[in-house]
Design a protein around this ligand. Structure first.
Ligand SMILES: Cc1cc2nc3c(=O)[nH]c(=O)nc-3n(C[C@H](O)[C@H](O)[C@H](O)COP(=O)(O)O)c2cc1C
Length: 762
């Protein structure tokens, strides 16, 4: 072993009780191979551990996570990764002299990648790399041992200096993670071994004489300045002097005092004039402590740990020192907690998330205490999805008036009730109706806008167009004609449409009329059934007959592509704060919410699986999406639309000439006629309209509200979309939807009551 450590030019001790440095062999190098052969021949190796192939399998799976990796596929990838190299010589063989074990591990970068893989995304890869570059010093290896081990486990720092002059004694074993076999061994050695067993590639430099005036600067800045110092020693002189030097070298110091989870953060890196210990010991200098007797140091200790705030047990223990106990008490729980808090805070300091100096108590006895618990009473389980009876009943209409061509109050109520059955994006129902002197005004209620999603109110005007088409159908059924003026008064922009109701030459019920109450958004995802040609023709002619145009995409490859584009659009929307707000705030999660609001999206109508519903609840919180965006995630946000299109027979795009608000209003009429035609043929239809409305924002709105990266991605999506649909700058893309055969929807969206939306004055 001596010869082997010499191989690397290191000076690890040869006696196995004191050996702390692993010996690394790279078997691609002849001299390492020879040295390993010699070691094996010497009988120094008692155990050999070779799980390299399993480690490689984990590496492959970490780089490409799948719900389940078939074993053969995984090992085929492992083989590809090895690229013909002999697994035996791949990576590193590590000899741990203190346990006579020889262990085969991945090369450094790969070992670290797999070892910290489960940190993602509490720690991102990029953050992990930054943490790895940090140099950490730990003085005092009681709490400090726990901190150092936790740092090594979590991957905070890859270069450590650890100092303690003490050896392990039996009475340390109430709090130090070691065993009786290690009694008498240096604490630095024990910590170093454990750290190397976690990551044999670490740099760990033990200072087994502790730190003193002669080596303190070497400890803090030798070979590169520490990024952080964890100070956990008992010696008051050392405590003060390392702070003085750390302040000089601008190194932040953290200290946990394993009583009440007391943690101190001193940001000497940011506050080079800050007094040590927050000023609690005045301008005490380390030099002033030299030669002081223990009893004279007591006031300083008490000032530092704040005697008034220490735990009662600790306070009562102090006078007992040297009488009934030898030193102050420390518990494993306190030391373990200290290690955890120290590592957590260190990580946030090193990543720039925590910037202040300060004192904190992470006191479990206060946090987990009688009277403090959440859920002290058993909570009811989450309510199962309860449907509103109205959402499953046939549409209720006011009493049907006489079909005598008279514009009675009943006739108006009937007509407006049918108008409100029109679809609107997010079921926003953006309308108010007022009837007076033979005229029905359809007004825009801007309080119901979705400004971040609905570019230029285009979707709003579509809803109005659809509502107006219902007015025409209802009026016709009653023997009336509805004569519209669309956006008649430039100085009254809320008046979308003024409809004159006049007796018609003859009562005529359009065959589509009876489907106004049937039409529904059906988001069921039953298996794909190819679109019938007759259905396709009927839909196209419904569009063309009302001045619109329909394009259908039907081939599986094209459907896959449009599903991918729609999914990407969902991701962009949800990762954009303003659009996320609009997309999420309209969901109604319970029957009570559905019935109270009578607008928005009843989640029961979304046909989500329970897992999807639970997932969406998480996505409701912007902070989740913000973090998802920051780590470059979000692919899962694409799944819903992909799955929806996967179940569809076709995806259709309705366009009308022009791009002004009148075009969208006209488009709404076309939409409604097409949708009613689909209903008449038993076809399920679901708009998925994000794409065309975002494209309009991008092209006609110069990308307002979209970040440059979002604009860039949308531009690329637009190019792919234009390969599927004929698009032009002179036409409005009013509705993109999927179509297919499916069972009846689980729930229909409610409508606000007529009294809320209609004012009738004679
Ligand atoms: C312009 C417009 C855009 C829409 N966009 C979507 C959409 O992207 N996804 C969706 O599931 N439903 C969409 N819908 C359907 C509405 O959510 C639905 O019409 C509303 O909730 C009322 O339900 P109903 O159609 O069953 O009456 C849209 C409707 C319109 C009019």
């Amino acid at each position: 072993v001596d010869r082997l450590t010499g191989l690397r030019g290191v000076s690890g001790a040869s006696r196995s009780e004191e050996a702390w440095r692993p010996v690394l062999f790279d078997l691609e190098r002849d001299e390492d191979q020879a040295a390993l052969d010699a070691l094996l021949a010497s009988g120094g190796v008692r155990f050999v551990h070779d799980t390299l192939l399993d480690q490689l399998a984990e590496l492959v799976a970490a780089r490409e996570p799948r719900p389940r990796w078939p074993k053969e596929a995984l090992f085929a990838r492992v083989k590809a990764h090895l690229g013909g190299r002999d697994p035996l010589t791949y990576g590193t063989w590590v000899f741990l002299p203190w346990s006579a074990r020889l262990v085969h591990v991945l090369p450094r970068e790969e070992l670290r990648e797999v070892r910290t893989d489960r940190n993602r995304y509490k720690i991102t890869r990029e953050e992990q790399k930054r943490l790895e570059r940090c140099r950490i010093g730990v003085i005092g290896l009681s709490v400090g041992n726990m901190a150092a081990i936790t740092f090594a486990l979590e991957g905070i720092g890859a270069s450590f200096k650890i100092a303690d002059f003490d050896r392990l004694s039996l009475s340390n074993l109430n709090r130090l993670r070691s065993g009786v076999q290690d009694l008498g061994v240096e604490k630095t050695v024990l910590a170093a071994r454990e750290m190397f067993e976690i990551d044999p590639y670490l740099e760990v430099l033990p200072y087994s004489q502790g730190v003193n005036p002669d080596n303190i600067d070497d400890f803090l800045i030798g070979g590169g300045r520490l990024d952080l110092l964890v100070e956990e020693c008992d010696d008051l002189y050392v405590k003060v002097s390392v702070r003085e030097r750390a302040r000089l070298h601008r190194i932040p110091v953290i200290m946990d005092t394993s009583d009440r989870g007391l943690l101190d953060v001193e940001r000497f890196d940011r506050e080079p004039a800050r007094p040590v210990f927050h000023g609690l010991v005045g301008d005490l200098k380390a030099d002033g402590l030299r030669g002081l007797e223990t009893k004279d140091k007591v006031p300083f200790f008490l000032a530092i740990v704040d005697g008034q705030r220490m735990s009662t047990r600790m306070a009562a223990s102090l006078p007992e020192i040297d009488h009934s106990i030898g030193t102050w008490p420390q518990l494993a729980s306190g030391v373990a907690l200290g290690g955890a808090i120290t590592a957590d805070v260190a990580r946030r300091i090193l990543l720039g998330e925590h910037t202040e100096s300060g004192r904190y108590y992470v006191d479990p006895a206060l946090i987990v205490a009688d009277g403090q618990g959440m859920l002290r009473e058993p909570a009811p389980p989450p309510a199962p999805l309860e449907l509103s009876p109205e959402a499953i009943a046939p549409r209720r209409l006011p009493p049907a008036p006489a079909r005598d061509g008279r514009v009675s109050a009943d006739a108006v109520r009937f007509i407006v009730a049918l108008a409100t059955l029109a679809p609107s994006a997010h079921n926003a129902q953006p309308w108010k109706f007022r009837f007076a002197r033979g005229r029905l005004e359809c007004r825009h209620d801007s309080a119901r806008d979705l400004p971040n999603l609905d570019f230029d109110h285009c979707a709003t005007w579509v809803a109005f167009g659809a509502a107006f088409e219902n007015i025409v159908l209802a009026a016709g059924h009653l023997g009336l004609a509805a004569v519209p003026q669309v956006f008649p008064t430039p100085d009254d922009p809320s008046l979308v449409c003024s409809v004159e109701l006049v007796p018609a030459a003859s009562a005529r019920t359009d065959p589509l009329f009876s489907f106004v109450t049937e039409r529904v958004t059906n988001r069921k995802r039953d298996a794909r059934v190819a679109l019938d040609e007759g259905d396709a023709r009927a839909l196209a002619s419904a569009c063309e007959g009302s001045g619109g145009r329909l394009e259908l995409v039907k081939s599986p490859a094209e459907l896959d592509e449009i599903g991918a584009l729609m999914g990407a659009c969902d991701r962009i929307v949800l990762l954009n704060r303003a659009m996320h707000h609009d997309a999420m705030h309209g969901y109604r999660w319970t029957r009570a919410e559905v019935e109270r609001h009578r607008d928005g999206l009843d989640v029961a109508s979304m046909e989500f699986t329970p897992a999807e519903r639970a997932g969406l609840r998480l996505l409701e919180q912007w902070r989740t999406l913000e973090c998802l965006g920051a780590i470059g995630g979000g692919r899962a946000l694409e799944d819903l639309s992909r799955k929806a299109v996967n179940a569809a027979a076709a995806v259709g795009l309705i366009t009308v000439p022009g791009t002004g608000r009148e075009s969208y209003f006209h488009g709404g009429r076309v939409v409604q006629r097409l949708w009613l035609t689909a209903a008449s043929r038993g076809l399920a239809l679901q708009p998925i309209t994000g794409l065309p409305y975002l494209f309009a924002r991008l092209e006609r709105g110069q990308g307002v509200g979209l970040a440059p990266a979002e604009q860039g991605e949308l531009t690329r999506l637009r190019e792919r979309y234009a390969r599927l649909f004929e698009v032009s700058q002179q036409a409005a893309e009013v509705l993109l939807f999927r179509l297919g055969r499916a069972g009846p929807p689980t729930a229909r969206s409610l409508r606000r009551s007529l009294d809320d939306v209609l004012t009738l004055s004679e």
